[in-house]
Design a protein around this ligand. Structure first.
Ligand SMILES: Cc1ncc(COP(=O)(O)O)c(C=O)c1O
Length: 408
């Protein structure tokens, strides 16, 4: 007969120690996504058999193109699975450099390209390299919520600056200049933006970058939605400022969210610092994904991606008038990404004055999941909802009719 193992003093101690562990104070600074609450509630309803239209997740419904999948399988089969250089495979850095030449007619040396584990690791490395304790970093309100956390985790203070729908929700150079003080280190923004889907145009971006350069600050420009641009050609901060710190990713346009691959373009002088940080923080980006991503720039893959971009544009053209017909105010037609940032206060529903309550009402009464504006900032955040049109037109049509049925 086997006796149950005796609980040792060590077991007891380790239990007591883990329950009494004191967490680093930075953990308290990090705010969870409110979207996660909606996500959790969505998951519970879905597992109870409810049919939910998910417009809360910023993830394309398309997955990696066929040639990319095949390239990954090829890499696994030939054993190309070991660590790569911390900055990424030279061939991929060369392909990204060529991408800037082909798409924007600008020269970006492969030496300035650092392949990362998604845009997330690119933002993490950039903030690790540039944000010191007590630094203030300016960002538009509303903006991608994690940017605030990347700054906080390195001891900086995010400072949100209000933006106007009439100005495409863009960070205004005069507002930045007025806010600048001796603690300000730089700015972070995304264009096209999450959550507004609006882009800064070339002149807007050039003026802002020059205002920041005059102050001697850094500009981290997240271009993750760059190729999902609909009404005009995409642009890059690198066309206006060689010192811009540019973030990009294979997640959205290339449909590779779970492959965890992105990139940074940095000025030459920053490369050794970024390399040192990448080596120590995560060694290298995923090698199989890097071999696969080489197929992203093939003509055949680019054609597939172009068709997908046109599909996103069709969805945008469908959803904007549909939301307006229910009473949502879409103050400016978004020209990129796959988000609509819609003002909800005039919608005929008892919860419409509070975006979190309204998001819950839409989930529980209409079975449509969206994200409240309060995730993205404070400025008028209670008046806005973010709809992701990263789902089919058929699903969007169902969502619209369900919302209409509870808002009349
Ligand atoms: C503006 C922005 N930046 C970065 C990310 C993170 O992207 P990745 O999957 O490449 O880490 C997201 C994801 O939604 C995003 O919207």
């Amino acid at each position: 007969m086997t006796l149950p193992a005796r609980k040792t003093a060590l077991d007891t101690n380790s239990f007591q120690r883990s329950s009494a562990l004191k967490l680093a104070s930075r953990v308290d600074q990090i705010k969870p996504f409110q979207a996660m609450e909606i996500l959790k509630a969505t998951g519970q309803l879905a597992s109870a058999g409810e049919d939910i239209v998910a417009m809360n997740i910023g993830e394309p419904d398309f997955t990696a193109p066929e040639r990319v999948k095949r390239a990954a399988i090829g890499a696994i089969e030939r054993g190309a699975t070991q660590y790569s250089d911390a900055r990424g495979l030279p061939s991929l850095r060369e392909a990204i450099s060529q991408h800037y030449r082909d798409k924007f007619d600008i020269t970006v040396s492969p030496n300035r390209v650092v392949v990362t584990a998604g845009a997330s690791a690119a933002l993490l490395l950039a903030c690790a390299a540039l944000v010191s304790d007590g630094d203030e970093v300016l960002m538009p309100d509303p903006c991608y919520p994690c940017n605030r956390q990347f700054v906080s985790v390195f001891g900086g203070e995010p400072r949100l600056l209000p933006t106007q729908a009439s100005n495409n929700f863009a960070l205004d150079p005069t507002t930045v200049d007025d806010a600048w003080n001796r603690r300000t280190a730089g700015i972070i923004l995304s264009t096209p933006s999450n959550p507004t889907g609006c882009s800064m145009d070339g002149p807007q971006l050039a003026t802002l970058l020059s205002a920041v350069a005059k102050r001697g600050g850094f500009a981290i420009v997240d271009e993750i939605y760059q190729s999902l641009t609909y009404d005009h050609a995409p642009t890059t901060a690198l066309a206006f400022d060689d010192n811009a710190i540019v973030v990009n990713s294979f997640s959205k346009y290339f449909g590779m969210t779970g492959w965890r691959l992105g990139w940074l373009v940095v000025p030459e002088f920053l490369v050794p610092s970024i390399e040192k940080l990448a080596q120590n923080l995560y060694i290298c980006p995923p090698t199989i994904s890097q071999h696969a991503a080489l197929a992203c720039f093939d003509a055949e893959t680019l054609e597939v991606l172009e068709q997908r971009r046109l599909e996103f544009q069709r969805r945008r053209d469908y959803i904007v008038p549909a939301l307006r017909s229910i009473g949502f105010d879409v103050p400016v037609i978004p020209d990129g990404a796959f988000y609509i940032y819609a003002k909800c206060t005039a919608v005929n529903h008892p919860s419409a004055a509070n975006s979190m309550d309204f998001a819950h009402a839409l989930l529980h009464q209409a079975r449509v999941a969206v994200v409240p504006g309060t995730d993205f900032g404070t400025e008028q955040a209670n008046s806005y909802l973010r709809f992701a049109y990263s789902t089919s037109i058929e699903n969007i049509a169902i969502a619209i009719e369900r919302i209409r049925s509870i808002c009349t």
